[in-house]
Design a protein around this ligand. Structure first.
Ligand code: NAD
Length: 272
């Protein structure tokens, strides 16, 4: 095997949650472009169908699946459908997530006035935990169920540098949800190692996606956020692809329980 063949996912089958947009779509693309057959699962089935269709037109085997990860029955069904279609499950990206707090950002003060402990709408807490934390549990639970008998697999969970840092903008529910996700990965990695299943975390910083209503795509927000990143810029989803392929493939075969931070240095400390 040549060195670069270690990065191949040729013939593998992968399921990506939240695959219709942003980082999830980047994962779907890099997996498909490198030979994997992919289920693109998302709550937004219209966009999921469109993106899967676009990738099939390029000759890749990508199929859309309607899924709300907060719903355990739907999650179970999505995995059943995947295995029925591809007869296998090698790679899972537990990626679906929301940040409803971002819409309440106050550009003047870099502070989320409605995300403080005493101002936060408890319904926002419940929904964020249901999708970001419980939804990740629902996903990795099924990944483990199908991978254990096969005694192999790679699970990659999208957490956030919000699992490590605190800051005034993103707000309360997102931070502990992601910290929970990151620690869940460490526990899972320990549990599943004897079954040949690796579990790792990607912890991104600012990426211009549709999260929080696409606020990071807004030019003014982006410029203002760029200045807070040690490397001087927030990123585009394209820049997560190499890391995703590394973790999905045999290139990372001795890595489990790791959290790989990709945030331009943001979590190292403040620069302003
Ligand atoms: P995005 O909004 O562009 O994409 C998220 C996708 O998840 C969308 O297609 C959406 O329809 C889907 N989704 C939302 N709720 C869902 C649910 N209940 N079930 C299934 N699918 C659902 O956002 P993104 O930035 O690509 O976010 C992907 C992941 O990356 C999230 O877990 C997010 O917390 C994490 N993250 C993003 C950033 C960033 O700056 N963009 C930083 C750190 C972590």
């Amino acid at each position: 095997m040549s060195f670069f063949e270690r990065f191949s996912v040729e013939g593998r089958s992968a399921l990506v949650t939240g695959g219709a947009s942003g980082l999830g779509l980047a994962y779907v693309e890099v997996l498909a472009e490198n030979g994997a057959r992919v289920t693109l699962a998302d709550i937004d089935i219209e966009t999921a169908e469109r993106e899967a269709g676009r990738l099939r037109e390029r000759g890749f085997e990508v199929y859309a699946q309607s899924l709300d990860v907060a719903d355990r029955d739907q999650t179970d069904l999505a995995f059943e459908e995947h295995v029925r279609r591809f007869d296998d499950l090698d790679i899972v990206f537990a990626n679906a997530g929301i940040d409803p707090g971002a819409g309440f950002w106050n550009p003047a003060g870099w502070r989320n006035e409605e995300g403080q402990v005493d101002t936060l709408d408890p319904a926002r807490w419940d929904r964020t935990i249901a999708i970001n934390l419980t939804g990740t549990f629902n996903t990795v639970r099924m990944a483990a169920k199908y991978m254990k008998p096969r005694r192999r697999g790679s699970i990659v969970v999208t957490s956030s540098n919000a699992a490590i840092i605190t800051e005034p903008v993103v707000g309360l529910p997102y931070m502990p949800a992601k910290a929970g996700v990151s620690h869940m990965v460490r526990q899972l990695a320990l549990e599943l190692a004897e079954f040949g299943i690796r579990v790792n975390t990607i912890a991104p910083g600012g990426f211009a996606t549709n999260i929080g209503g696409g606020w990071l795509k807004d030019e003014a927000v982006r410029r203002s956020w760029d200045a807070k990143v040690p490397l001087g810029r927030i990123a585009d989803p394209e820049q997560i692809k190499a890391l995703a392929l590394y973790l999905a493939s045999e290139a990372s075969s001795y890595m489990t329980g790791a959290q790989l931070v990709i945030d331009g240095g943001t979590s190292l400390g403040r620069i302003d």
